[in-house]
Design a protein around this ligand. Structure first.
Ligand code: UD1
Length: 369
């Protein structure tokens, strides 16, 4: 039987592919065998293995082991290695599904398209309109060469339409990441991370890893000052991405947070632990795409430290505000949140825990042969 290949590479990919594989495996009539390729862009227990364990992802059928590197080197290593595997399958690939906007997404999309293997992009059409973000380049380039564009939020459809993409290539499937959230929420709520971290009462949660925030010394200094300021109002929990930890140490910013007893600086969390903390937080401060969506679904106020978002529904209908580097505005919003006068969100179409079933329907209908 031919193989339908799913690609994961980095942390935000795992929770998007897990529900689709689960949904496909409940179908008795699959015309192909689902196959999982892990590029190894993210690796190790904290950034990769724990997600496979918690989300019930099967062990990858192929592990490319590309690891870290510059954008060019990382993308090139994935491209070369994935192409070799596709060629070894010798016509045995019925299609390739890539997700999100990481370097592995673009590299695998390029390899598949050039070998004329049908290719679908899950989470298509999102645009920040900011080409200084590596993810934006990955999104635009991947969408341009995908046969099927599976869209997660209303702006995705509008953007693709404005770019002249024929409507028959586009399907609104909703948000598969919310499927994972719904699936895991009860198990996550049963954890008691608050007690493990010695948290009493209300707390804020922060995550920060974008190059524009953490690779710029002035910006990272401002962010650390802002986080210290918030900690005067409520305890702050900050799971630190490896690149952020390295930069904070390099620029002498680590200790002011680590020595602040109202701040818990912790290692990156597993999916469930992260969900437990996020669901119980009074507010979230982030530059992650995923957390903007998850907080909107959970109804938790979110302040996004970026100049823009490719996920505008989280602002127009959800609980997100884009604050960029305006930390005075951000501090005012923190006060509104604490006073209970911040906006509350409304549900987004297709963020209902059933997106993976819709993805399965599309793939089976389109790629049966
Ligand atoms: C990548 C994605 C970003 C996503 C983020 C989630 C791209 C362009 N960016 O950014 O969209 O939001 O993942 O985390 O693909 N490192 C480790 N262990 C790991 C992985 C990385 O220590 O398992 C360190 C390495 O020093 C590495 C650095 O983190 O150089 C950056 O990792 P990389 O995968 O290049 O990009 P992210 O910043 O994680």
């Amino acid at each position: 039987m031919r193989k339908l290949i799913f690609v994961v590479g980095a942390r935000p990919n795992f929770m998007k592919v897990a529900p689709v594989l689960r949904a496909l495996n409940t179908r008795g009539d699959l015309p192909w065998h689902p196959w999982l390729v892990h590029t190894g862009q993210h690796y190790g227990e904290q950034m990769s293995d724990i997600f496979f364990e918690q989300l019930g992802l099967p062990a990858p059928d192929v592990y490319l082991g590309v690891g870290s590197g510059t954008h060019g080197a990382q993308t090139a290593r994935v491209l070369e290695s994935f192409e070799r595997h596709l060629m070894e399958l010798n016509g045995g690939a019925a299609g390739v599904v890539v997700v999100g906007d990481v370097n592995s997404t673009l590299a695998c999309a390029l390899a598949a398209t050039k070998l004329q293997i049908p290719m679908a992009h899950l989470e298509a059409g999102l645009r920040s309109f900011d080409r200084s973000m590596p993810e934006e380049i990955n999104r635009v380039a991947t969408d341009a060469i995908s046969d099927l564009l599976l869209v997660s939020e209303p702006a995705g459809e509008t953007n693709l339409q404005n770019e002249g993409v024929p409507g028959e290539r586009v399907r609104y499937v909703g948000n598969v990441m919310i499927d994972t959230l719904c699936w895991e929420l009860e198990r996550a709520r049963n954890l008691n991370i608050k007690r493990e971290l010695g948290l009493n009462g209300r707390y804020a949660m922060a995550t920060m890893h974008r190059p524009s925030n953490v690779d710029d010394q002035q910006r990272l200094t401002q962010i650390v000052e802002f986080l210290n300021k918030i900690s005067k109002r409520l305890t702050l929990v900050f799971p630190v991405h490896p690149r952020s930890r390295a930069r904070m140490a390099e620029w002498g910013l680590h200790d002011s947070l680590a020595e602040n007893c109202a701040v818990r600086l912790i290692d990156p969390l597993g999916y469930r632990e992260n969900l437990n903390l996020m669901a119980g937080a009074t507010l979230v401060i982030t530059d992650s795409g995923g957390l903007q969506e998850e907080t909107t679904f959970l109804g938790v106020p979110c302040l996004t430290v970026r100049p823009n978002t490719e996920r505008p529904v989280t602002v127009s209908q959800g609980t997100n505000t884009v604050v960029d580097g305006n930390f005075d505005l951000a501090m005012n919003l923190v006060e509104s949140i604490l006073a209970g006068s911040y906006k509350s969100g409304s549900p987004v179409p297709g963020w209902d825990g059933k997106a993976a079933e819709r993805v399965s329907d599309v793939l089976i209908n389109e790629w049966r042969n």
